[in-house]
Design a protein around this ligand. Structure first.
Ligand SMILES: CC(C)(COP(=O)(O)OP(=O)(O)OC[C@H]1O[C@@H](n2cnc3c(N)ncnc32)[C@H](O)[C@@H]1OP(=O)(O)O)[C@@H](O)C(=O)NCCC(=O)NCCS
Length: 158
């Protein structure tokens, strides 16, 4: 029997389900064309979180690695699956990938009031280093900039 939760690399067949996650999870959802570009980009690595025997697509993450620096571009869990702690393993897979690809540090942007995301990031060694005032639209909100300057130190996850 399949494990209840699985994480694997995203494939082309996942595009419709990931587009659906974008629509459910973000106020600026990426289009299928943007998602296809992401999937084909050699800079990006994408993972899907699958639930149950039917392998429902419950979440996904996209990390980009540019030399020694990585960026978490996207992470989401579908609303019906939130609050179960599933974002942790998904982020950890993304961080492992950053390390595998040679990044020593990682950054991300997050809405300043996004409490679950901020708790997730802080628990994984990210610290706030800056603020971009009124950066987001729909609704307008500041962006907090987080860095993890020592991915290798996150060996508790690897
Ligand atoms: C951010 C996101 C991936 C987190 O996933 P989740 O399933 O909601 O959260 P989890 O159950 O994995 O918990 C993550 C942390 O947030 C906390 N948390 C979860 N829901 C919470 C809530 N409603 N209020 C406060 N804290 C909450 C958890 O306690 C946990 O922190 P802890 O480990 O310190 O206890 C998810 O909320 C999401 O997809 N949001 C929309 C997209 C988004 O904002 N992505 C991030 C920006 S790119």
């Amino acid at each position: 029997m399949k494990e209840e939760l699985q994480i694997r690399r995203m494939e082309e067949k996942d595009l419709p389900a990931v587009r659906d996650l974008e629509l459910k999870c973000f106020s600026d959802p990426w289009t299928e064309t943007m998602l296809r570009d992401m999937l084909e980009s050699s800079l990006d690595s994408c993972f899907v979180l699958l639930f149950g025997e039917e392998e429902q697509t419950a979440g996904y993450a996209n990390v980009r690695v540019l030399g020694d620096e990585a960026e978490l571009m996207r992470i989401c869990v579908a609303p019906e699956f939130r609050g179960r702690g599933w974002s942790g393993p998904l982020l950890e897979e993304g961080m492992r990938e950053m390390t595998r690809r040679g990044a020593g540090s990682a950054t991300l942007e997050v809405r300043a009031g996004n409490v679950p995301a901020i708790r997730l990031y802080e628990r994984h060694g990210f610290q706030k280093e800056g603020l971009r005032k009124k950066y987001y639209r729909d609704p307008v909100e500041d962006a907090a900039i987080y860095w993890n300057r020592d991915l290798a130190a996150e060996d508790r996850f690897y």
